[in-house]
Write a protein of this length. Structure first.
Length: 147
């Protein structure tokens, strides 16, 4: 098992690395040249800047049973197709049961924005969401390392 972090806008890099260290699991940060992430305890892989270049690189690395951390629904769907375990920054696990609905909501929002709608962005992240992420990732790592 390995942990891959989609560093593009990921607020839980440090928390993920700390848990990876605790469970002695290799952790990788994937970013493009427009982002710079260097953290002790994780290997940073920097790819050329381009539309979804980091996402495609990550999905080519991830394997069955690996963990991917991303807030990108498209990347989550691709990781699920490779039978990875996928979490968002708030600890919600993406599954084959919920990803279609999330992708449909994303497409509807994109269509509305193209039509001129001004949609609200996400609310400010709370401490509780950070705790939920840590709890979810810890639960997954505990279950996977027990097998």
């Amino acid at each position: 098992m390995k942990i891959y972090i989609d560093a593009d806008g990921c607020p839980v890099v440090d928390e993920t690395i700390a848990l990876a260290k605790e469970f002695d699991i290799p952790c990788f940060i994937i970013c493009d040249t427009s982002h710079r992430f260097e953290r002790q305890g994780a290997k940073t892989i920097t790819v050329d800047k381009g539309a979804d270049s980091a996402d495609f690189y990550l999905v080519n690395l991830v394997s069955k049973g690996d963990v991917a951390v991303t807030q990108d629904y498209g990347l989550a769907a691709m990781c699920l197709s490779k039978r990875a375990i996928v979490l968002d920054q708030n600890g919600r696990q993406y599954t084959n049961e919920n990803i279609s609905g999330l992708l449909e909501m994303r497409a509807a929002a994109k269509k509305a924005r193209r039509a001129g709608a001004h949609l609200k962005g996400p609310k400010k992240r709370t401490a509780e969401q950070g705790e939920m992420f840590i709890d979810s990732l810890r639960r997954i790592l505990t279950a996977e390392t027990a097998e």
